[in-house]
Every structure is written in structure tokens, then in C-alpha cells.
Design a binder for this molecule. Structure first.
Ligand SMILES: [Zn+2]
Length: 277
């Protein structure tokens, strides 16, 4: 029997331009919870039945106003607790940490009117997912800087005189129709041929479990590729402008191109989020 979980459909979320729908920092959440609920193995019960039975569930509860003030969190902050359905014990994240690494990053779900953007915030970079165009990413960064980050005086510091945001497209989803049917078994066989070895890094298709052929191809960015850098002079918010640079300051990663196929459709994933530094 399969259970179908009812979850929030992010595509239906509509929110006012520039508003933050949700914010999650570790186990703390403000607004709507949008991250996927996970299950964990109880460190006390440790139930096994051939494989580990995950009895610990995540439960979201509001924390007291006193705790909010004490921890410097906004009022009405909620917290994820980890409760075992067997022993009914409540765990803190560090008690589960040995088993499950918990991302200590901040996730912001931001509306820029027509779309909702997922912002993962790291120490000196953001990763923006869900952009439809390059301009969406720029708009989200401007929104975050001008309206949320810049106004908080102790929330940021500059390495340079000016605030620089470099944009780098790392994944893009392309989805288009082709007017013929793809024989997935043959495609996979073809991609695994010796003559494509220098181009195809990996091609995989298991007809019993896969719905698509997964093809990874090697790709490289040219050395002289120019990156756009959004500049705010002296960390202000007035008159931002763009400059171009060929120097990449964030870590260089090898690029992969993924090709998915199913029936008449072909998806090309060659990058999805945009990072800035
Ligand atoms: Zn337990």
C-alpha cells in the first residue's frame, strides 16, 4: 500500500512582491514550513528489521516568547523537534547529529511577485533556486540586500570598499518537445558506445526502475567568460550598477550537463541555481 502525503504546493504560493514567505535557520522556522520532513533512526530504540526503521519524526511547535527574546529570534518562531513514535522521547538535533548531518544554513523563501525564489544563504554566498530568468536572480539579490540585509548594521561586513555580488549560473533547466519518440534503451546503448567516450561521462538507464535516461556530459566554461558583478558603492543601496570580470573568485567546479528523456520530451539540465559572492 502506498501512502500519498499531502504537502504544500509551492507552485500555488502567491505572495506580495518582496515579501519573505518563510525563513529557516537550522531547526528554527519563521512563517510557513516548506522544507521536506525527514525521518530519523531513534538513537535509543534503534529498531531494526533487516534495515533501520526510522521512528523519529519531525514535529514543528511554536516556542515561547521568552525563548524567542532569550535567543534573539523573532516572535512566533517555531522549532523543529524530533519525536520518536516508539519510545515517545523528544530529541534535540545534537542527539541525532551523529546519525544525520543537519545543514546549518539559512533558507529564505522570497517572493519577487510573479515567482517564488529559494535562497540558501551561506557565509559569503547565496544560492538562488527557482529563477526563471537571469533578471529574476538579480532582482532577488537586490531585494535581499536593499530591504533585508543592508538595513541591519551588524549583519554584514565588507571585504572591499564596495559591496560586490558576482553572478554565476550553475544550473539551468531547459525543457522542450521533440517530435518523435525516444527509444530509451537504444539511446542509452548509443551513449555508452566507445566513440562517445570523450564526450559522455556517464549514461544510465534501468528500464525497471528509471523513468528516464540519465546522461552526463562533460562541459567546460571558457577561460575568458565574463561574469556580471552587481556593485553597491560603500555598501549603500543607492544607484547600483554592473561591472564585468573574467576573474572567478568562488571555487571553480567542473560542469556537468544532464540529459533526461522520456517519450517525446527531452529535458536538458545544464545548471539550476545562481550563486553570488
Ligand atoms: Zn525511540
Amino acid at each position: 500500500m502506498t501512502k500519498k502525503k499531502k504537502r504544500i504546493d509551492k507552485k500555488k504560493l502567491k505572495s506580495a512582491y518582496g515579501s519573505v514567505i518563510s525563513l529557516q535557520y537550522g531547526v528554527y522556522i519563521c512563517g510557513i514550513r516548506l522544507s521536506k520532513e525527514k525521518r530519523y533512526w531513534c538513537p535509543v530504540c534503534q529498531i531494526e528489521n533487516g534495515k533501520k526503521i526510522l521512528t523519529v519524526k519531525e514535529v514543528v511547535r511554536k516556542i515561547s516568547e521568552d525563548e524567542c527574546t532569550e535567543k534573539g529570534l523573532p516572535s512566533k518562531t517555531q522549532k523543529i523537534y524530533f519525536v520518536c513514535s516508539e519510545c515517545e522521547r523528544k530529541f534535540e538535533i545534537h542527539q541525532l547529529r551523529r546519525i544525520v548531518p543537519f545543514l546549518n544554513q539559512m533558507t529564505i523563501v522570497l517572493s519577487i511577485g510573479h515567482i517564488i525564489i529559494n535562497v540558501m544563504m551561506f557565509k559569503n554566498s547565496f544560492k538562488l533556486a527557482g529563477n526563471k530568468t537571469y533578471d529574476d536572480a538579480v532582482e532577488a539579490v537586490m531585494m535581499l540586500w536593499e530591504n533585508y540585509i543592508n538595513p541591519i548594521p551588524n549583519a554584514w561586513s565588507l571585504h572591499d570598499i564596495d559591496a560586490h555580488f558576482m553572478f554565476d549560473v550553475v544550473m539551468r533547466n531547459v525543457n522542450f518537445n521533440i517530435r518523435f519518440t525516444i527509444d530509451k534503451i537504444s539511446l542509452n546503448r548509443l551513449m555508452n558506445r566507445d566513440e562517445y567516450r570523450n564526450h559522455v561521462f556517464l549514461s544510465k538507464y534501468e528500464s525497471t526502475s528509471d523513468t528516464h535516461v540519465n546522461i552526463k556530459m562533460l562541459a567546460e566554461k571558457p577561460d575568458n567568460l565574463e561574469y556580471n558583478v552587481l556593485v553597491y558603492e560603500r555598501g549603500g543601496i543607492e544607484d547600483p550598477y554592473f561591472i564585468q570580470t573574467t576573474e572567478k573568485s568562488i571555487s571553480v567546479r567542473s560542469l556537468c550537463l544532464l540529459l533526461f528523456s522520456s517519450f517525446h520530451r527531452l529535458w536538458v539540465f545544464s545548471s539550476d541555481a545562481i550563486t553570488t559572492a
